[in-house]
Design a protein. Structure first.
Length: 183
């Protein structure tokens, strides 16, 4: 997407960055994801689709990826970019209320949630609500992957999940922490 920087600056509160994720950050986010058959993966914040593309590249044809994007320009870009994937659904809907989309698709549990939401910039009540819901919709053995540019939400994640593993990706602008949260 040619205008990522411009759109990211214009909507910084929802993007939380001015650069797309690096290939190193994407690999760190996805290295513990098992791309097995018949899985359901949610993506919170498709943005310019750099993580979306890698999820689709690695995903099985029998698995489903549902991505959430509230920014209209990023949504339209991803809708056009990934329209040929039968196992991909893009929704222009807040990830905070992701369960509404799951209910619409008769999905009770998901295998993985990969999130690029800027938790430090979102309304604190929304962040708490989101983090309270996620464990209820993850399958046993599933994982919530969240990257951030600080450790600010580490304590909150530790309260909501039984195990939180933290990795650090230096090769990203800015460098990033990758949280892997298990129920």
């Amino acid at each position: 997407m040619k205008s990522f920087f411009k759109e990211a600056v214009n909507s910084f509160k929802t993007t939380g960055t001015i650069n797309p994720s690096s290939k190193y950050l994407i690999n760190d986010c996805l290295k513990d994801v098992n791309f097995d058959e018949n899985q359901i993966i949610l993506e919170f914040g498709a943005g310019n689709g750099c993580i979306t593309q890698e999820l689709l590249n690695r995903n099985s044809d029998t698995s489903q990826l549902i991505s959430f994007e509230v920014n209209p320009k990023f949504f339209n870009y991803c809708e056009n970019e990934f329209k040929l994937y039968d196992n991909f659904t893009l929704v222009n809907h807040s990830a905070v209320n992701f369960e509404e989309i799951l209910e619409k698709h008769s999905i009770q549990k998901v295998d993985y949630i990969v999130s690029s939401l800027p938790l430090a910039l979102l309304n604190e009540e929304d962040v708490i609500l989101l983090l309270e819901k996620i464990p209820n919709f993850l399958k046993q053995g599933g994982c919530f992957v969240q990257y951030q540019y600080s450790l600010e939400k580490y304590r909150l994640l530790k309260q909501k999940f039984s195990k939180v593993k933290v990795d650090f990706t230096l090769m990203n602008v800015p460098p990033s922490f990758v949280y892997k949260c298990y129920i």
